[in-house]
Design a protein around this ligand. Structure first.
Ligand SMILES: [Zn+2]
Length: 395
């Protein structure tokens, strides 16, 4: 690089910095240099949960195109009227902004050229209408060595809110005491399973639930925790949640020994023995980790709601027998985009009171789960069971 081009680049960088630092919060019509570029990976689709709130779950990618570090201080999510539907402080951002979209790489600042994915969850009160669009008011600071931080503000990352009708489904299991583990919307194993596949991001598991079952003593497992037969849910019939057509299945993978995820499993074996059901209107249901030899349906078969598809097992990337269930917008459990759904009828009997850690302990050791009973055990209709709900399903 000649001294002249080097000087030119330095002056451009200085101009960008001056413009950015001088920028004020924008009105929609303003044109503004922004030191952060934002895009929403998929427009959110609201869903009403068993807590009566309406939930918006989506991913906001934040990129830093500048030669400076950027510390993100606060983010407010605004609806189309300018009302704040979610306010995130630095602490909240630091728990949800994953550098490169990688779970476990959380931060509150972006290095030059770096991007992060902010995993968003806004819960709206029951009587508040869902927004039609969202944007993000970001307060940040440009950070350079030996200089005071320069505050910047911008409103970016506008997205529409999707308005499709949600699939209304029957239950995937029948019986009492089912626990919705790693469910919507703040547990992280499913909702942050953002995968770089075939040159793009995919997040099929956004609304997935790992169903376990409790016995009368609130235990997931009784006896030897290394034996699949010790788990209450093991061998339970998995049933079709809607009329549909089988588009994919697998039936030949062996049971894993409970207690740890199997090491080195190829990604195409992650779901173990599974069924993907085309349930119409662009929605597909995945039932995963079933017992070897238990899957009763073949690709092309049509099934009716309630038909048995197989039995709950511990195959694939699974460390305890459970049913992984999710709905997505395509037939591939890896490539599709996860969409919300509701179950037409279920009874809510309790909610886990000790968080995911308490559930994990119950699953790993056989200790009773810590539950908060729900008064009157209401029969709920057309809602998504929230994380750690305990429910009864009838046909
Ligand atoms: Zn799962």
């Amino acid at each position: 690089m000649t001294p002249r081009t080097s000087a030119l680049l330095a002056s451009i960088a200085a101009a960008v910095l001056t413009c950015i630092a001088a920028a004020t919060p924008s009105r929609a019509a303003d044109i503004q240099l922004t030191p952060v570029v934002a895009d929403v990976l998929w427009p959110p689709q609201p869903v009403r949960g068993s807590d009566s709130q309406v939930h918006l779950v989506y991913e906001l990618r934040l990129s830093n195109p500048t030669p400076f570090a950027i510390a993100v201080d606060t983010i407010e999510v605004l609806d189309e009227t300018g009302r704040v539907v979610l306010a995130m402080d630095k602490d909240a951002i630091g728990k949800r902004l994953s550098i490169g979209g990688r779970r476990g790489a959380e931060a509150t600042s972006l290095s030059p050229g770096q991007f992060g994915v902010l995993f968003m969850h806004a819960a709206l009160p029951p009587n508040q209408p869902a927004p039609r669009s969202l944007s993000h008011r970001v307060l940040a600071a440009l950070v350079q060595p030996d200089q005071p931080a320069r505050p910047v503000a911008m409103t970016i990352g506008e997205t529409r809110v999707a308005e499709h009708d949600l699939p209304v489904l029957g239950p995937p299991l029948v019986g009492e005491g089912y626990v919705a583990a790693d469910g919507c919307c703040d547990s992280i194993r499913h909702v942050r399973a953002l995968l770089p596949i075939d040159g793009r991001f995919a997040l099929a598991q956004r609304f997935a639930i790992d169903w376990e079952q409790l016995d009368a003593d609130r235990r997931v497992v009784r006896g030897d925790v290394k034996k699949v037969e010790s788990y209450i849910i093991f061998g339970t019939d998995v049933i079709a949640v809607a009329d549909g057509t089988v588009v994919a299945m697998r039936n030949d993978l062996p049971e894993q020994v409970p207690g740890a995820l199997p090491p080195g499993l190829p990604i195409d074996q992650a779901d173990g023995n599974f069924v993907v059901l085309d349930i119409g209107r662009g929605a597909f249901a995945l039932f995963a980790h079933m017992q070897p030899g238990s899957v009763t349906v073949q690709p092309g078969a049509t099934v009716k709601r309630g038909d048995v598809l197989g039995k709950v097992g511990n195959t694939g990337n699974s460390q305890a027998p459970h049913l992984h269930f999710h709905v997505m917008d395509g037939p591939s459990p890896l490539l599709a985009n996860g969409i919300p759904y509701v179950i037409d009828r279920f009874r809510l009997t309790a909610v886990g009171a000790g968080g995911t850690a308490d559930f994990d302990k119950a699953e790993a050791t056989g200790s009773p789960m810590t539950l908060k009973a729900i008064a009157d055990k209401p029969q709920l209709e057309r809602l998504l069971p929230m994380d750690l709900s305990v429910v009864d399903f009838s046909r």
